[in-house]
Write a protein that binds this ligand. Structure first.
Ligand SMILES: *Cc1c(COP(=O)(O)O)cnc(C)c1O
Length: 380
């Protein structure tokens, strides 16, 4: 099955009791048993829910994997993956990690004796040096937030293999439409389903996907034991959103490319970070592991001042100022005062996060309106 068919059919079949073409919302907490232990495979809805099962099978198929598990948020999914570890285990992670993941690792799991090493994953030699026999996992994001750096997933897989470490990729920014880490050798894929996969800014959800039965059994055990599961209504909304994932992503990428080129040519714009540019330092790696370059773009202004950035954002009509990304409507964010506000200025400057850095999640609106909006908001 090709991607555009999988979104509609993988794991999905008409409801056998009615023929309903849409997966029913099984809004139930429990299931009746004839005699103790005699049931139809469903006992209690933390453990199994048929709406959730359909979504889990569909998500696994989108990543060319066998097993998927859904969680009540992307962080819930990440939390479940870290619960695979035991005290003393080491994790190597990208140094420009998603803020919520950084917080979970450094303020929660560090207290449980798990060691997190933050390394520039573009520097293969530094990664090799950071590995040792205690390294149980490498945690990758690509493209990264907000600098849109690209990590060579295959290079990381090759290093991890020699240490028998798990490779986990947070594939939220790329989505399974643009990048399939399991095909490149990753063991686990994590998604914030909240973003592009659900795509309509109306659900918070996460997923863990793997092709390894033993790993999936462990994740399933954690899912049922810790209980961070999504409800059936949210599973229905995500199933509905996924049906247009490929079409939405094509438009996000097309609009993203046009916005990136517009910004690059603008006299008031300093730098534009988007992996589709030939000059992007990791463009060749992006071309190798991604099908298109996505609709996430960051840029800086020649006049690098927080007030200039604020004024620009206030003037925009179609880019709403909000956290999050990946919805059909365009969003704009200011990392220095929003997502990365807790990082000291000297630290954030080191990774290029200047005062005027602005991040765009380019939506699927008409491109002429988006460009006109940016043109009126950016002062020459
Ligand atoms: C949003 C996000 C998360 C966290 O997901 P939630 O659904 O908000 O819990 C994790 N990783 C990345 C890259 C994200 O953008």
């Amino acid at each position: 099955m090709k991607f555009g068919t999988k979104v509609l059919h993988a794991g999905i079949a008409p409801d056998p009791s009615t023929g309903a073409i849409m997966t029913p919302i099984f809004q139930t907490s429990t299931y009746v048993q004839e005699t103790p232990g005699k049931h139809k495979g469903f006992e209690y809805a933390r453990t199994q829910n048929p709406t959730r099962t359909v979504l889990e099978e569909n998500l696994a198929a989108l990543e060319n994997a066998k097993y998927g598990r859904c969680f009540s948020s992307g962080m819930g999914a990440t939390d479940a993956v870290i619960k695979l570890l035991t005290p003393g285990d080491e994790v190597i992670c990208t140094h420009d990690l998603y803020g919520g993941t950084y917080r979970l690792f450094t303020t929660i799991y560090r207290n449980y004796g798990i060691v997190f090493k933050f390394v520039d994953l573009q520097d293969v030699e530094a990664v090799k040096k950071a590995f040792n026999p205690k390294t149980k996992m490498i945690w990758i994001e690509s493209p990264t937030n907000p600098m849109m750096r690209i990590v060579d997933i295959n290079a990381m897989v090759n290093i991890a293999k020699t240490y028998h470490s798990w490779v986990c990729v947070d594939n939220t920014f790329a989505t399974p439409y643009l990048q399939n880490p399991i095909d490149i050798g990753a063991d686990i894929v994590v998604h914030s389903v909240t973003k592009y996969i659900s795509g309509h800014s109306d659900v918070v959800m996460g997923a863990v996907i793997t092709d390894d039965k033993a790993l999936d059994d462990k994740i399933g055990y954690i899912q049922n034991s810790a209980g961070a599961i999504p409800g059936p209504n949210d599973c229905f909304l995500v199933l509905r959103g996924i049906k247009t994932l490929h079409i939405r992503m094509d438009r996000h990428c097309e609009n993203g490319s046009k916005v990136a080129h517009f910004l690059k040519d603008h006299p008031s714009v300093d730098e534009v970070f988007w992996p589709g540019f030939k000059e992007h330092p990791n463009h060749q790696v992006a071309k190798k592991q991604m099908r298109q370059f996505g609709g996430m773009i960051s840029f800086t202004l020649k006049e690098d001042h927080i007030n200039v950035a604020f004024k620009l954002m206030e003037k925009l009509k179609f880019f709403s100022l909000a956290e999050s990304l990946g919805g059909v409507e365009s969003l704009i964010g200011h990392p220095a005062s929003m997502t990365h506000a807790s990082i000291p200025k000297e630290e954030r400057l080191k990774s290029g996060l200047t005062d005027s850095l602005i991040r765009l999640s380019v939506g699927i609106e008409d491109i002429d309106d988006l460009i006109a909006d940016l043109a009126q908001a950016i002062e020459v």
